[in-house]
Design a protein around this ligand. Structure first.
Ligand SMILES: NC(=O)c1ccc[n+]([C@@H]2O[C@H](COP(=O)([O-])OP(=O)(O)OC[C@H]3O[C@@H](n4cnc5c(N)ncnc54)[C@H](O)[C@@H]3O)[C@@H](O)[C@H]2O)c1
Length: 322
């Protein structure tokens, strides 16, 4: 049976997006926030999402919008798209989302609680301890954590069998991938219900059957970007040639440096620092291949550009000029 009542804990960048998308797909959505000042930070994010959805729908209603690069799969399928209906759905979603400070009240009758709080292990544990006694028997619990493993939190949830990861990508109405990752206590039926929930909110779910730092996407993407930067930072070649080699050799649309320019150099810099520490993301083999001084050289290469304001495509220049 489909989930109806959805609670999102945390109304930051991703929490607001998940809440909006679930409401857009007709779910009864409540965002739990810890304080009045959090409400003051979350409401403008929802206001902004209302504008983002409208702009996306307007663009999808033009020939240019039909281009797969512009199409927002979380909003509609190309063959059944009706702009008026989509705008109505978005307005209804915007008006329906509830913001709640009382955790027990927020979680009453919840089918699923999606934890999307800041990436701070101790604060997440404190939250799960507070949450466990107020959840009803039926409620399934998931985390949207990007770098922390669900087994770290499962013992504090009071329902390890009903707990797994549901990891979204930023801009979920367009990048509508969700990675559903089990920990060793997750019940198979619960896992499959969470996969179904992904479909119910117009995401495309992929299963990650074993715990793996970085899930599927970042397990591929982070080492790929690091290897590209390693080639340039060590003077083996230049960004254009690395990208050319990758694109011509595989038929992929973008090379690592084009991707970094889109993601932004500051994010890439943070990834070097942060993702290196995610257990199991960068395998021992890769660590051995990329001697530790390579990471330092890569960081220095990025820092030089960041300091010069070359932050990526949005800034007009990164590894390329736009
Ligand atoms: N930003 C992304 O691109 C992205 C993508 C996928 C997953 N994630 C994951 O989503 C989660 C949230 O990320 P975000 O980018 O939305 O962060 P954010 O900083 O924008 O928002 C964090 C939210 O958590 C709340 N919060 C922080 N500490 C809290 C506490 N102790 N108690 C209650 N609420 C608290 C904040 O008030 C805020 O609403 C993280 O686990 C992150 O790894 C982020």
């Amino acid at each position: 049976m489909a989930f109806n009542k959805v609670v999102v804990a945390g109304g930051g960048v991703l929490g607001a997006q998940i809440a909006y998308q679930a409401a857009y797909c007709g779910k009864d959505v409540t965002i739990w926030l810890r304080s009045e000042s959090s409400i003051g930070r979350t409401q403008p994010k929802l206001d902004q999402l209302r504008v983002e959805y409208k702009n996306a729908i307007d663009l999808m209603n033009t020939p240019e919008g039909k281009n797969p690069a512009n199409w927002c799969r979380g909003i509609a399928n190309v063959d059944t798209f009706n702009a008026k209906e989509c705008l109505e759905k978005s307005e209804k979603a915007y008006k329906s989302i509830k913001l709640e400070l009382d955790l027990a009240k927020a979680c009453k009758d919840a089918d699923i609680v999606i934890e999307s709080m800041a990436e701070l292990q101790d604060e997440k544990i404190a939250f799960y301890k507070k949450l466990a006694p107020v959840l009803e028997e039926k409620t399934i619990l998931v985390t949207n954590s990007s770098t922390l493993l669900p087994s770290t939190f499962a013992p504090y949830t009071g329902r390890a069998d009903k707990y797994c990861s549901l990891h979204f990508a930023n801009h979920i109405w367009k990048q509508n991938l969700v990675e559903v990752m089990a920990q060793d206590k997750t019940d198979k039926e619960v896992f499959s219900k969470v996969m179904d929930f992904g479909l119910e909110i117009s995401m495309i779910p992929v299963p990650v059957l074993k715990e793996k730092g970085g899930y599927l996407l970042n397990s591929l993407l982070v080492p790929f970007l690091l290897c590209g930067m390693d080639l340039v930072a060590n003077g083996v070649s230049d960004p254009e040639s690395v990208d050319k080699a990758w694109k011509l050799g595989t038929g992929a649309p973008r090379g690592p440096f084009e991707i970094i320019d889109v993601v932004g150099l500051t994010t890439a810099y943070n990834i070097i620092e942060k993702y290196q520490k995610v257990p199991g993301l960068i395998t021992p083999l890769l660590k051995k291949m990329m001697l530790p001084y390579s990471f330092k050289k890569i960081a220095a290469m990025l820092k030089e550009k960041i300091d010069a304001g070359k932050l990526g495509r949005n800034a007009g220049e990164g590894f390329y000029k736009y």
